[in-house]
Design a protein around this ligand. Sequence first.
Ligand code: UDP
Ligand code: MG
Length: 334
Amino acid sequence: MSTSENRGNRLFIVVPCYKEQEVLPETSRRLKEKMTTLMESGKIAKDSHVLFVNDGSSDNTWEIISKLHEEDPLFWGISLSRNRGHQNALLAGLMTAKEYADMTVSMDADLQDDMDAIDAMVDKYAEGNDIVYGVRSSRATDSFFKRFTAESYYKFIRKMGADVVYNHADFRLMSRRALEGLAEFKEVNLFLRGIVPQIGYPSAIVTYERHERFAGESKYPLSKMLALAFEGITSFSVKPIRFVYRTGAAIAIIAVICLLWCLIAKLTGHSVSGWSTLMGSIWLLGGIQLFCIGIIGEYIGKIYMESKHRPRYIIQEFLGEKPETLPDKPGDSD
Ligand code: UDP
Ligand code: MG
């Protein structure tokens, strides 16, 4: 149906920013450079843009974005009504860009994602791919701890049944129809890395070296990382619930065997006061029960959040052009 020839090449680079005042001047300078060379080589349309998403920053991030927009129409911006977290900010940016772009590339503000990989992504799009995943070639710049936890996490989450691309974060190109597909996923518990592969369409991979953060500090402390990791598992898999049920069944069987054993011991007169075994099993069973209830509770919590259908983000300000398809509001004149 849609072939690579009749697809446009208007690119929007979507950059979520939370308290990124230290890096934005450099990031915007390099983005300008990249966009200019891409435009000059004819790979992307002249009316391509960079869309910054201010995720409720309390520092000067939005002032910097507004100034960039004033000075250069290349830069667009949206500002969310408050901090909603990286995944929601990214979604807000992608859904806004969807109205204008033929393709989007999402990347972090801190220059950790290698901008030179965008060329290869755009080429893969031109070859007919709808989604191009940026995959890290190595984790040499990460600490041993981050590398170890991240890699075990990818393995674990895939075992749990979520179809994520190994070593891919949120640096990716998406075509307009892939974004339209994404818009159909209404979940509030957002884990884009797990949703995007479910959209389908032809996809490809581009590898890149991930750099150190250019300036400022990570907005993903261990606690947020763990929360995202947990989100990834419980949003895409019911395996933990099955695990709960299987553990329960296994323990029930063991309990029956234990009972039989106690009975035989009593009948043969070998019954001894087994205080430690008793205490041990009480603690163990109590722990397992709490753990299992916790997992089930987590899923119930998710159902609760989803059932409210709350908005995932609210856009407070928009700096860019209105889409041509939207009629002017009555009373608007210039
Ligand atoms: N970010 C965001 N909202 C948040 C936290 C982070 O929009 O609540 C953005 C941040 O500005 C950056 C990207 O998400 O562009 C990735 O964050 P960061 O670099 O701090 O995470 P790390 O690379 O350390 O995992
Ligand atoms: Mg970073």
